[in-house]
Design a protein around this ligand. Structure first.
Ligand SMILES: [Zn+2]
Length: 136
């Protein structure tokens, strides 16, 4: 799987990216809750290049990607992501913990030590984040 990072798949979400001197808001992204690596969602990568060219020709420094591509509002857009951040960060973390625990028992079954270590690290990061969001 291409969007695997730090033991499990990345989280789908909407974010802001900076590329070629242009700030683009409302971009579908995939991010890792452990190492915070962010990538543009593969479905829109080519469109981002087009939007950057348009912005450069118009002399804009900041654009809203959603106004070029309405499809990203579709609830099925992120159907290939196991977890999607729709604004409820607590729900995102809980879902990630459930998934990581499931993967950890699978990694134990197949005897993959390295994957188990990655998942244990992921779970400890996630539970720290959960504590931060619940103890407010
Ligand atoms: Zn990562």
């Amino acid at each position: 799987m291409s969007n695997f990072c730090c033991g499990a798949s990345k989280i789908g979400g909407i974010g802001t990216i900076h590329q070629d001197g242009i700030t683009i808001n409302q971009v579908p992204i995939l991010y890792c809750p452990v190492c915070h690596d962010v990538e543009i969602h593969p479905k829109v990568k080519e469109n981002i290049d087009v939007v950057i060219k348009i912005a450069q020709s118009e002399g804009s420094k900041r654009v809203n990607f959603e106004s070029y591509m309405k499809e990203i509002r579709d609830e099925h857009f992120f159907e290939d992501c196991s977890t999607v951040n729709r604004g409820d960060i607590h729900e995102v973390i809980q879902s990630q913990i459930d998934i990581s625990l499931g993967l950890l028992s699978f990694a134990r079954d197949i005897g993959d030590i390295e994957w188990q270590e990655q998942l244990k690290n992921r779970l400890s990061r996630l539970s720290q984040q959960r504590d931060l969001t619940t103890n407010k």
